[in-house]
Design a protein around this ligand. Structure first.
Ligand code: SAH
Ligand code: SF4
Ligand code: F3S
Length: 470
């Protein structure tokens, strides 16, 4: 390799390494007499799912072939560390991967994502999982092609984890999981430092993409068949504040809605503290924006919300819900709730139950608090497990009962459904999503995939509906 030839600017540099990786892979293919395969397993949130599409785009460009099983020539775990059980899953499955590696000496194992931003994790992997070949973090994922080249040319574990970055590299290949819908990052990182949360430490400071880059990406997606986009950020409501020419999230949404051919717009996640009246107005005015808001509550206790550094209280939260429902009566609301946060009393917990009863969420993700190293809440005295578990069960029951009642309320109604796939268990049916994200199965065939049709919700089956196209 002639070092002078390697471009220093991105993304050109990565295209150079993709070409080099292609050559390295071809040699390997000739050696083993077959195509080499890969598998990417994704843990965690939508951001990680989108990052995995970037990894897959590059691996396919290089010439690897994707397979469903984990006994591939190159397996990557894109990890999450938001709660400890996410970490434990990764350690558990690494042992199982090593079994495959013992049978296939050429097998490579790569780890990336949020867990890799924690120095203690890297130490543990070096010590106890030395069969891993490549480790990188969240800030340098754009360098993946370059790292693959290093890995293919090295016998040793390649580790490249950055503490932070202010870089956003555009224009690298991605491979979408679905032909007709796609996530689109509008910002990276988080500045909120909620007291329990590790995300700001592993994803770095908040960085917004330029609106023109976002709009251009969506226009390209639409010309490639995409009809629904999900705008992604840890706190989309603070989008654009730190750009050279500041712009608000609602202004961006209005621009996105103008894109011809785009039929549905979703976004995740909306932090209550930054939710503006303007956003509510834009949602009410634009039919392309899905009638759904994921609005994490975390706790209904104003005392705990202050301790969590959430910058809203119970009253402000309920006020936002009231305004949303006034402007958009059919809006579906979903949320995240943490049970067993340090210092949570029975009274605090009953405040959470009270908000759930008042808001009546369509569904809610409920989590048992998990102490994360380095976060302020982890240093506080923890709640005994039996108390937390009992509260968790009570909350889950309430959330599920209300969710069922909400589903019963809409049974019989006709709704717009985006058809996503032929039903996995019965190929006379197709599966789609209402704009409030509920799953519906109804009679139809593959020709409907990617189209929006009107469906009557005839029967509620718990998590999903059976419907009839009308
Ligand atoms: N940025 C989003 C949340 C991303 S993390 C927001 O602010 O709404 C997704 C969810 O995981 C959070 O909403 C929270 O409910 C949960 N979570 C985060 N840290 C946690 C922890 N230490 N223990 C339990 N749940 C946690
Ligand atoms: Fe975590 Fe809070 Fe940032 Fe969400 S807003 S990612 S909960 S720190
Ligand atoms: Fe997990 Fe990282 Fe998302 S910690 S929740 S994958 S931002």
């Amino acid at each position: 390799m002639n070092l002078n030839e390697i471009p220093v600017t991105e993304p050109q540099r990565q295209f150079y390494f993709m070409n080099l990786a292609k050559e390295l892979l071809k040699k390997k293919e000739e050696e083993v007499g077959r195509k080499l395969t890969f598998h990417v397993t994704t843990f965690g949130c939508q951001m990680n799912a989108r990052d995995s599409e970037k990894l897959i785009g590059i691996l396919e460009n290089i010439g690897y072939v994707e397979i469903e099983e984990e006994d591939a020539d190159f397996v990557i775990y894109n990890t999450c560390t938001v709660r400890d059980n996410a970490n434990q899953k990764v350690y558990g499955r690494l042992g199982y991967l090593n079994g495959f590696k013992k049978k296939n000496k050429d097998m490579k194992i790569g780890l990336c994502g949020c867990m890799m931003q924690e120095p203690t994790v890297i130490e543990k992997i070096k010590k106890s999982y030395s069969f891993v070949d490549l480790i990188f973090g969240t800030h340098n994922i754009f360098k993946f092609a370059e790292l693959v080249c290093q890995m293919l040319q090295s016998e040793k574990m390649v580790i490249d984890v950055w503490e932070s970055t202010d870089k956003i590299v555009e224009e690298l290949p991605t491979d979408r999981k679905y032909a007709f819908k796609s996530g689109v990052n509008i910002m990276f990182g988080c500045n909120n430092f909620c007291s329990y949360c590790i995300v700001p430490y592993v994803r770095g400071r908040e960085r917004s993409r330029e609106p023109k880059d976002i709009l251009q990406e969506i226009e390209r997606l639409v010309s490639d068949g995409v009809v629904e986009v999900m705008l992604l950020g840890q706190n989309v409501n603070s989008y654009g504040k730190n750009l050279e020419n500041p712009i608000t999230f609602s202004e961006l949404l209005e621009e996105v809605c103008k894109i011809e051919g785009l039929k549905r717009v979703r976004f995740m996640t909306s932090h209550p503290k930054d939710l503006s009246d303007d956003l509510i107005r834009v949602m009410a005015e634009n039919k392309k924006i899905c009638r759904h808001m994921h609005l994490p509550l975390q706790s209904g206790s104003s005392r705990l919300l202050a301790d969590m550094n959430r910058h809203y209280d119970k009253e402000k939260y309920l006020d936002i819900v009231r305004k949303l429902r006034e402007a958009i009566p059919d809006i579906a609301l979903t949320t995240d709730i943490i049970v067993g946060y340090p210092g949570e009393t029975e009274e605090d917990f009953m405040e959470t139950m009270d908000v759930v009863e008042k808001v009546r969420y369509n569904s809610a993700f409920t989590f048992i608090y998990s102490p994360r190293t380095g976060t302020p809440a982890a240093k506080k005295e923890q709640i005994p497990e039996d108390i937390t578990k009992d509260r968790f069960q009570r909350l889950l029951k309430l959330v599920q009962n209300i969710g069922q009642e909400k589903k019963a309320e809409v049974t019989g109604q006709s709704v717009e459904v985006l058809v996503e796939q032929v039903n996995e268990h019965d190929d006379s049916l197709v599966t789609g999503r209402c704009d409030n994200n509920t799953l519906v199965h109804f009679k139809g065939d593959a020709s409907l995939i990617g189209t929006i049709v009107t469906v009557k919700l005839t029967e509620c089956k718990g998590f999903y509906f059976i419907g009839e196209q009308i």
